[in-house]
Ligand binder design. Structure first.
Ligand code: MF3
Ligand code: CO
Length: 247
């Protein structure tokens, strides 16, 4: 069963997601060469707590920071630290805010200064994969249509989709049912009900799809060391479409 939320619960989710969206915008406006990934994390911590929310990632399964900050070939779950951002890097920032009993979740990949044409295309296509994935989405759509559309678009652009991480439902828990893969067969999976709240989060690689997790248990790096990007929003399934809460 795919959980559904009441309008009262969605109103609370909307507030948590507003904080996520504004925090991502704030990070996008301030991230620059010379900053460490820890300084990016500090910005996120201060922003979220100033909004009266908590960073859901901090302490989640032992994760030691408020945001995942993933540079270049790190696709997700980068642990903020002393890595200095340089011109030409791409940086994926993934963060969650918890307020009034509900979590919001979103991610963006930012370019530091001028980046290669391949990285520019990767950031653009990853964002477009999200919009392809939700194209035509409404109550009754089979769940795996999302991944089918994401994968089709990514591969048509010469990129690959990460298999070992997925999107997810969200609400009182940061990760709820269902898992939302970025690959799949058209017309398959359970039908999404109106009021379901899910995170659609394409993780797209310029090279192959294989990922290796570092000894720290978190840092997920592309095996071929090619760059990867991430774009995520929390959305509500409605009778006639979707409502994007983190945009
Ligand atoms: N925000 C991530 C997601 O999209 C989860 C991060 S894992 C954590 O699901 F440990 F950092 F919280
Ligand atoms: Co997520």
């Amino acid at each position: 069963m795919i959980p559904v939320k009441t309008e009262e619960e969605i109103a609370l989710l909307r507030e948590s997601c507003r904080i996520v969206k504004e925090c991502l915008d704030f990070v996008g406006g301030h991230i620059r060469a010379g900053m460490t990934t820890k300084e990016v994390d500090d910005m996120v911590y201060r922003f979220i707590t100033a909004e009266g929310a908590e960073p859901s990632c901090l302490g989640y399964c032992g994760f030691p920071a408020s945001a995942c900050v993933s540079v270049n070939e790190v696709v997700v779950h980068g642990i903020p630290g002393d890595r200095v951002l340089c011109e030409g890097d791409i940086v994926s920032v993934d963060l969650c805010a918890y307020k009034n009993g509900f979590h919001g979740d979103g991610a963006r990949t930012f370019a530091i200064g001028e980046v290669s044409a391949e990285k520019q295309k990767l950031i653009r296509v990853t964002k477009e994969c999200f919009f392809q994935g939700i194209e035509g989405l409404k109550a009754g759509t089979p769940l795996y249509d999302i991944g089918y559309k994401v994968q089709r678009y990514a591969e048509a652009n010469g990129f690959s989709v990460i298999r070992s991480y997925t999107g997810h439902g969200i609400g009182r828990e940061m990760h709820e049912d269902p898992a939302v893969p970025n690959y799949g067969r058209k017309g398959t999976g359970p039908r999404l009900p109106a009021g379901a709240v899910i995170c659609v989060e394409p993780m797209i690689a310029a090279g192959g799809w294989r990922v290796q997790v570092a000894d720290d248990g978190w840092t997920a790096t592309m095996l071929d060391k090619k760059p990867a990007a991430h774009y995520e929003n929390t959305i509500v399934i409605r009778e006639n479409g979707v409502e994007i809460l983190t945009l």
